[in-house]
Design a protein around this ligand. Structure first.
Ligand code: FMN
Length: 243
């Protein structure tokens, strides 16, 4: 079977709007300051909650900020995070992106930084795995299944494994939220630079110490225009059967 067989087998009622949305869903950093009603924001969180989580544990919590006073407290923190990024990783265009395109992106990032206090809504997805309940007997059988080398490797990457596993439970919902925002005529963009000052963000928002935050997603009515995303072609990124 090749790709064209798969496409020609697609049911006639496949949703073309979904594909049009995905292929034009750029990060939208220019938002109008008008508020977004709570009922609309609830629909975004509903879409996020429809996303899957490992073992269907659903240990996510979402902080939704709409109070301008809280946003005003977050704005200086966001400015410090953006400035830290632009001074380091963000100083140069990523490999493969032309300078002009990167200049436009930086202009949008700076716009969002300078207008952050006027962001109508901000969603902060949080997640925390429960403490694992694994007894000695379970550990012994796990080591038997994996073998000694792999068990030792797992021990060394435990922190990375947990972070990835929690992220894997959050980001499918985040993508649902971003798609739902587009479906409702809203704009949003996923950001993670708040992690530079995560403790400070958590303090402002009263997020419990043991909770991890995974993104800060500004949401509002779009002020810019959506258009086709710029991505590598499928043929360049796919490895069939083996790398
Ligand atoms: C995991 C992740 C983290 C991101 N973090 C940030 C961020 O902190 N700030 C920001 O302005 N954009 C952030 N972005 C948006 C990307 O920069 C953007 O999606 C990418 O440059 C492609 O641009 P486009 O979505 O407009 O096509 C993030 C995207 C992803 C997937």
């Amino acid at each position: 079977m090749n790709t064209s067989d798969v496409l020609s087998d697609a049911p006639a009622d496949a949703d073309p709007a979904l594909f049009a949305t995905m292929s034009t869903m750029r990060a939208m950093r220019r938002l109008r300051p008008e508020p977004v009603p709570d009922e609309v924001l609830d629909r975004l969180i509903q879409a996020a909650v429809w996303g899957p989580s490992g073992g269907n544990m659903q240990r996510y919590e979402y902080v939704v900020v709409t109070d301008p006073a809280v946003m005003a407290e977050l704005a200086p923190l966001w400015k410090r995070c953006v400035d830290a990024y632009l001074a380091t990783t963000g100083k140069y265009a990523p490999a493969g992106m032309d300078e002009a395109a990167y200049g436009r992106m930086v202009a949008a990032i700076e716009y969002q930084r300078d207008h952050f206090a006027e962001t109508p809504a901000l969603v902060i997805p949080c997640y925390r795995f429960p403490e694992p309940r694994i007894e000695e007997e379970g550990m012994r059988r796990c080591a038997e299944a994996l073998g000694a080398d792999a068990t030792a490797r797992m021990g060394r990457i435990q922190e990375r494994f947990s972070a990835l596993a929690e992220g894997s439970c959050v980001y499918p919902g985040v993508q649902n939220l971003l798609l739902a925002a587009r479906g409702l005529g809203l704009a949003a963009n996923i950001t993670i630079w708040h992690l530079f000052l995560e403790e400070e963000w958590k303090a402002v928002l009263g997020i419990p110490e043991e909770m991890n935050t995974f993104a800060a997603i500004p949401v509002g009515w779009p002020s810019g225009r959506f258009g086709p995303v710029s991505r590598r072609p499928v043929a360049e990124v796919v490895h069939r059967d083996r790398w």
